[in-house]
Ligand binder design. Structure first.
Ligand code: HEM
Length: 178
């Protein structure tokens, strides 16, 4: 997993909960890196789950909720860093482009990136289905990223899981305009 995911996560924790909580997470998780991440480095996604799990323990907030909030925040970082990817007319055409265009481009820039696959289908003007597939099991992060994208396109949506297989490695997401 690319370092930018870790540096942004720790920045969000610092903004929301303060530096002491960041320090506590680094001290109490047995991280591969001892908490030192550079945005261009590559690290184990297991470290991310250790840190999110620890934050959940400290703050009493469930892990899925933390991943979703982080995804929403992380989207603003991605769109500032890669503005060309969000040049789309609306949310659904943007979401349709993740698997076809965005993530393949990311992979050209960072061949070591570990990206999920998405089968996407626009069902109607108001409904879209995304089938998340990744051994990292981060569909809750995907939900947050979708919500972040919806904010960017000024669209109001509900995102729900309508099916799950292989312990979260395949998750069917329904995005509905409200
Ligand atoms: C500007 C648009 C986007 C860019 C540039 C982008 C790029 C990236 C990058 C750099 C990573 C980290 C890869 C790694 O750590 O090795 C990542 C991971 C991920 N992306 Fe995207 N992404 C974008 C939009 C989205 C959206 C809208 C979704 C949700 C549908 C999404 C879903 C995910 C997920 C869930 C991961 C975590 C890895 C996994 O689950 O296997 N991305 N993306």
């Amino acid at each position: 997993m690319k370092g930018i995911v870790f540096t942004e996560f720790l920045e969000l924790v610092e903004n929301e909960f303060g530096l002491e909580v960041v320090q506590q997470i680094i001290d109490e998780c047995e991280l591969d890196t001892e908490g030192v991440y550079t945005s261009v480095g590559t690290y184990s996604h297991k470290d991310m789950f250790k840190m999110v799990g620890k934050l959940s323990e400290i703050k009493g907030i469930p892990v899925p909720a933390l991943l979703t909030v982080f995804g929403e925040y992380f989207f603003t970082t991605l769109k500032d860093k890669y503005p060309v990817f969000v040049e789309k007319p609306n949310l659904f055409s943007f979401l349709n482009s993740i698997d076809q265009y965005i993530h393949p481009e990311v992979l050209k820039l960072y061949p070591e990136a570990e990206l999920p696959r998405f089968d996407a289908e626009i069902k109607s003007d108001n409904e879209m289905i995304l089938n998340y597939m990744s051994s990292r099991k981060m569909s809750d992060l995907a939900i947050g990223l979708i919500k972040g994208a919806a904010n960017h396109f000024k669209e109001n949506v509900d995102v729900v899981k309508i099916g799950e297989e292989d312990d979260g490695q395949k998750v069917l997401l329904k995005v509905n305009k409200i």
